[in-house]
Design a protein around this ligand. Structure first.
Ligand code: FES
Length: 162
């Protein structure tokens, strides 16, 4: 009767084990990359943190109002709609500055440019600035700074009207 080499059996088992280990690691990394790139975000479970920006009437149209304490810019557009844009650059998180001509925002770190709706005009950023939900209550504009909203592009539905 032929004897099986016990070392060969151990070698194959070890090889399989390493294969499974590498396969598992790649699967986990792939899942992580997929979730990260999908931009999915579940804000529904988070507690709201409402920032009182001021009375609705105190905001003129076609203006940018910086709120450094809340880390957002409140913009009131020509048609009276509001949007609260995060100041955090979507590239690597630096704080964007408002262009001197008020045309949009520029990141000081790697020069990404964003228009007045937060859309990317120049890379390396690849997606628009996040927005925050806005609530109108008692004549005031309240910005929920606990629930940033990731988006792929600007859509008119992202504007809030009093
Ligand atoms: S962090 Fe803003 S462009 Fe890199």
């Amino acid at each position: 009767m032929k004897q099986e080499n016990p070392l060969k059996k151990i070698h194959l088992t070890r090889r399989k084990f390493i294969g499974y280990l590498i396969g598992g690691a790649l699967a986990i990394e792939g899942l992580w990359v997929m979730l990260r790139s999908s931009g999915r975000q579940d804000n529904t479970q988070k507690e709201s943190v409402l920032h009182d920006a001021g009375t609705v009437d105190s905001f003129a149209s076609n203006q940018i109002y910086p709120f450094t304490s809340g880390q957002f810019n409140l913009i009131r557009y020509k048609d009276g709609g509001f949007m609260a844009l995060s100041t955090k650059c979507t590239h690597l998180g630096c704080i964007v500055g408002t262009n001197t001509d008020k045309s949009g925002f520029t990141c000081p770190c790697h020069s990404s440019h964003f228009d007045i709706y937060g859309e990317v005009l120049a890379s390396p950023a690849t997606r628009p600035l996040d927005t925050y939900p806005i609530i109108f209550k008692d004549g005031h504009v309240w910005v929920d700074i606990a629930k940033p909203i990731k988006r792929q592009k600007f859509e008119k539905e992202q504007l809030y009207y009093a």
